[in-house]
Design a protein around this ligand. Structure first.
Ligand SMILES: [Zn+2]
Length: 138
């Protein structure tokens, strides 16, 4: 398995508009293979600046919707009020959700991606500049 994930640059543009230091800002990234095609911003149920939690029903709804479109959950995104390194809590959840974890520093907008493989292993982020094929006819 090659350790990279392709994410549309548009996603990070949206993150800069949507996310702020008051609340960690989660999103679910869906696609095929290593390429993210679409994403859903989700509510942080903790409303915390240093933690996040996603409502299981909201998670389930997005997973179902993606599955119906033939897409998989490729990554879980959230912001940190600091370096984009998984916290101890993140690591616990990374073990449960074996997808790529994308973390962005909400101040510097530096991003890093990780996947659990006996430890948080770095994943390269390739930003894709092309417009989305999301709404193109199948
Ligand atoms: Zn975190």
């Amino acid at each position: 398995m090659s350790l990279y994930i392709e994410i549309p640059a548009e996603f990070f543009r949206e993150a800069r508009e949507k996310c702020h230091p008051d609340v960690e800002c989660p999103a679910l990234l869906f696609g095929r293979g290593n390429a993210v095609e679409t994403w859903r911003w989700v509510e942080n149920k903790t409303a915390s600046a240093t933690q996040f939690a996603i409502d299981p029903e909201e998670m389930y709804r997005h997973l179902r919707e993606a599955e119906e479109r033939g897409l998989q959950l490729l990554a879980i995104f959230h912001t940190h009020p600091g370096p984009p390194i998984p916290s101890a809590v993140d690591v616990r959840h990374m073990k449960l959700w074996r997808v790529v974890w994308v973390v962005t520093d909400v101040y510097s907008w530096q991003s890093a991606a990780w996947i659990w493989d006996n430890r948080p292993k770095p994943v390269e982020i390739k930003q894709r500049r092309q417009p989305e094929a999301d709404d193109a006819p199948a």
